[in-house]
Design a protein around this ligand. Structure first.
Ligand code: DX5
Ligand code: ZN
Length: 218
């Protein structure tokens, strides 16, 4: 599992010290900084917006992997691009025209990603695979960190991996939610190459971050 990359979800970081937390988790080996944006409408929780992305940008050397859980999403894409997002991932339920949304992210010069909730069928990626650099499979219902991995999504990860291989394009396959050393192995075996993890990487404070990340790499 050495080639798997870790996207550290700052949802589980100390928000009063976000800049320092990002520096510490990167030093510990994180490959991406995963930013969970929630609006209290598309998901039942509120987190952060573009001003925070802009504030943390100078503290991150690694790409900011911004996961938008907001609806409607289109009016905010430009603000996240300007704030310094590197990748922007959207749910197809977050607007009426996900194809256009993904094109818009590309036009802004960012890496577009499509996210599937546990209840969203895999077919939703079929007509947009030519537009995306990332497919993100949720293994929890979005809204909160610390939830349990939904094992029924392993089949969907496999199905996404098959479709990506068939497309012939270089597309990352990311998995988000309930990642522990045990579920990390299962997700990677199913075809994932990027794992989002919050609880399991930030637990125990900065002295433990490197060991936490190493355990997820297997
Ligand atoms: C959930 C978020 C996840 C979450 C993962 O809505 O998209 O990124 O922070 O947290 P853990 O690793 O605690 O399941
Ligand atoms: Zn996320």
């Amino acid at each position: 599992m050495t080639s798997v990359r870790i996207a550290a979800s700052i949802l589980s970081a100390d928000f009063a010290r976000l800049g320092k937390e990002i520096e510490a988790i990167e030093k510990a080996g994180a490959d991406f900084i995963h930013v969970d944006v929630m609006d209290g409408h598309f998901v039942p929780n509120i987190t952060i917006g573009p001003v925070v992305v802009r504030a943390i940008r100078p503290h991150a050397k690694k790409p900011l992997d911004v996961h938008l859980m907001i609806a409607p999403v289109d009016p905010f894409i430009q603000a996240f691009c300007e704030a310094g997002a590197d990748g922007i991932s959207v749910h197809p339920e977050a607007g009426p025209h996900v194809h256009r949304t993904l094109q818009y992210i590309r036009d802004c010069g960012r890496r577009p990603g499509i996210v599937l909730n546990p209840g969203t069928p895999i077919d939703f990626i079929d007509n947009v695979l030519d537009l995306v650099d990332l497919v993100l499979i949720m293994t929890v219902n979005p809204g909160f960190g610390g939830q349990e991995f939904i094992a029924s999504q392993l089949r969907k990860i496999e199905a996404a991996a098959e479709r990506i291989a068939r497309s012939g394009r270089k597309i990352d396959l990311e998995v988000d939610g309930g990642i522990t050393p045990e579920t990390a192995r299962r997700a990677v075996d199913a075809g994932a190459n990027i794992l989002v993890a919050g609880t399991s990487v930030f637990k125990g404070g900065a002295a433990n971050y490197a060991a936490n990340i190493a355990r997820l790499r297997g």
